[in-house]
Design a protein around this ligand. Structure first.
Ligand code: NI
Length: 136
């Protein structure tokens, strides 16, 4: 079993807000992050699988790159995360971004890449890093 990680980058804006809270509760909870602001995010997607004898690959990275661009990066890059289709009605935290990316990719990886999604990791800043391994 080999794990492979592909890195992508995206730049997006977000606003941390719970629409069920009052203005004051949102300010108290999210502080400056209640304002729209942006990050240069890095996304690391790790898949795992057995090496195919015919190709020497677990999966073709070209195909993983294409799936990431089609289903994730093209939807997030230079957008407001709160308005992205797979983030609708969710708080636009990086925790929730990780889970949403996992949910978007899981079946794609399984069906099109013949391997298994292992981890979705998002760096929001160089100091704040989020990882999701699915619900085990
Ligand atoms: Ni932020």
């Amino acid at each position: 079993m080999v794990h492979i990680t592909r890195r992508e980058r995206f730049s997006s804006a977000h606003k941390l807000e719970n629409k069920n809270l009052t203005f004051k509760e949102n300010c108290d909870t999210f502080g400056a992050c209640y304002n729209v602001h942006g990050h240069n995010y890095e996304l690391f997607v790790t898949v795992k699988g057995e090496v195919n004898n015919k190709t020497g690959f677990v999966t073709n990275l070209k195909d993983l790159k294409k799936i990431l661009n089609t289903y994730i990066i093209s939807k997030l890059d230079h957008q407001v995360i709160n308005e992205v289709s797979f983030m609708k009605n969710k708080i636009a935290s990086t925790e929730n971004v990780c889970i949403a990316i996992w949910d978007e990719l899981y079946e794609q990886v399984k069906n099109k890449l013949n391997c298994e999604l292992f981890c979705v990791k998002v760096l929001e800043t160089e100091n704040n890093i989020f990882e999701y391994f699915g619900e085990k």
